[in-house]
Write a protein that binds this ligand. Structure first.
Ligand code: ZN
Length: 331
């Protein structure tokens, strides 16, 4: 992302605070539908970026073998010699144990339980490995080099298959007691509402605005359009059913983001994930509604923008956590 590269020099705060001249890292991102790998330089420049389908239903062993192969190819394509790669960062949906490097039971990877991905990656690459919740990592990436560069307080919300969140408070990445803090997709927007696939409760933000939930609501409304992008397009063309589904999406997202803004009073809310391909059709009305309904001055302070890294935010984030951890270790 050209806009993100080179922005690091202007960045303050602990997430991004690091000396110049650090070596590049290999970044891996494990999503429910896609695996991604890339080599990222210390200034946020993504030197290589590769994506392939996850097929996580095959189970951890074959999927991780393909992920690690993708990582090796990403290094080969980056032009960076192996010897210069300082470490490996991995982003994955929670719950996970970042300290032990274990995926506990991520709902987007059915059947994956207590997978010691940190140890497996360390063996495969013979490098130190940092594991982090993917949305927390993405927040670190956007804060270090992307839309949130230079901010002290920001929130990142990813809206894709599920909805995840990451929070930067006073320049520090917020992790919570066990490393799973910031699960903003499970903010309740209707306590009697739709069942959430991610956590089983009712009325979570994720149960309305995730790509999966938008498709589900579209089907229930009798729409032919399937994906969030298709629903958005049909709404633009004036389809009354699509407009109703889209309006509910906007309303639910604005409701959730208003609570988040009231909680954290961030300078910036960065929205990413596949559903954000709909751009201002989603962002515009959400921004307006949040400004109107959040408590002052929080509502007036917070801007709401799209991720600077777009599809590469997972890889940028997985790299940023390596530098953030190094910074934390140095104190
Ligand atoms: Zn939930």
């Amino acid at each position: 992302m050209a806009a993100a590269a080179g922005a690091a020099a202007a960045v303050g705060g602990e997430v991004a605070g690091r000396p110049e001249g650090l070596p590049p890292v290999l970044a891996l991102d494990i999503g429910g539908t896609k695996l991604a790998a890339g080599v990222v330089h210390a200034d946020g420049e993504v030197a290589s970026f590769l994506v392939e389908p996850s097929h996580a239903e095959q189970g951890p062993a074959p999927t991780l073998e393909r992920l690690f192969d993708l990582g090796r190819t990403a290094v080969a394509k980056s032009g960076v010699p192996w010897a210069r790669i300082a470490g490996v960062g991995i982003g994955c949906g929670g719950p996970l144990d970042p300290e032990r490097g274990v995926l506990v039971a991520p709902p987007h990877l059915p059947g994956w339980r207590d997978v010691p991905i940190g140890a497996l990656a360390q063996r495969a690459f013979e490098r130190p490995v940092t594991l982090e919740n993917d949305a927390t990592a993405a927040a670190a990436g956007e804060h270090a080099w992307g839309a949130g560069a230079g901010t002290r307080n920001m929130v990142y919300l990813t809206i894709s298959t599920g909805v995840g969140g990451g929070v930067v408070i006073d320049g520090r990445l917020y992790r919570g007691a066990m490393g799973n803090g910031g699960e903003l997709g499970h903010v309740t927007v209707d306590w009697h509402g739709r069942q959430c696939r991610g956590c089983g409760r009712r009325g979570c933000l994720e149960a309305y605005v995730s790509g999966t939930s938008i498709s589900e609501r579209a089907r229930e409304a009798g729409l032919a359009a399937g994906t969030a992008t298709e629903v958005a397009a049909a709404a633009r063309e004036g389809d009354a059913l699509a407009i109703a589904v889209w309006d509910e999406t906007v309303e639910a997202l604005a409701c959730g983001v208003t609570s988040i803004v009231n909680l954290f009073e961030p300078q910036l809310v960065v929205l990413g994930g596949g559903v954000l391909r709909t751009g201002e059709q989603l962002l515009g009305p959400v921004r307006e509604a949040v400004r109107g309904s959040a408590m002052g001055p929080a509502g007036r302070v917070a801007d709401i923008v799209a991720s600077a890294f777009g599809d590469r935010v997972g890889v940028a984030g997985a790299a940023a956590i390596v530098y953030a951890r190094d910074g934390a270790a140095r104190g």
